[in-house]
Unconditional design. Structure first.
Length: 60
């Protein structure tokens, strides 16, 4: 449970694609911890790509 609480922190809000994905991931993860951690590992990569994209948009 400590891990799940910690993983809620990166969600930046409902307007963020990564935030929405993390919320879905958390709900899914409540059903099966293995699925959750697999899903979270995908999220980390996805969020990193989104961050780069958002940074580029901000610079423009």
């Amino acid at each position: 449970e400590r891990g799940i609480r910690a993983l809620k922190v990166p969600a930046t809000g409902s307007n963020s694609t990564a935030g929405s994905f993390l919320h879905l991931c958390w709900l899914w993860g409540m059903l099966c911890n293995i699925k959750f951690f697999y899903c979270f590992s995908k999220l980390v990569t996805f969020a990193d790509e989104e961050k780069k994209y958002l940074n580029c948009k901000t610079v423009d």
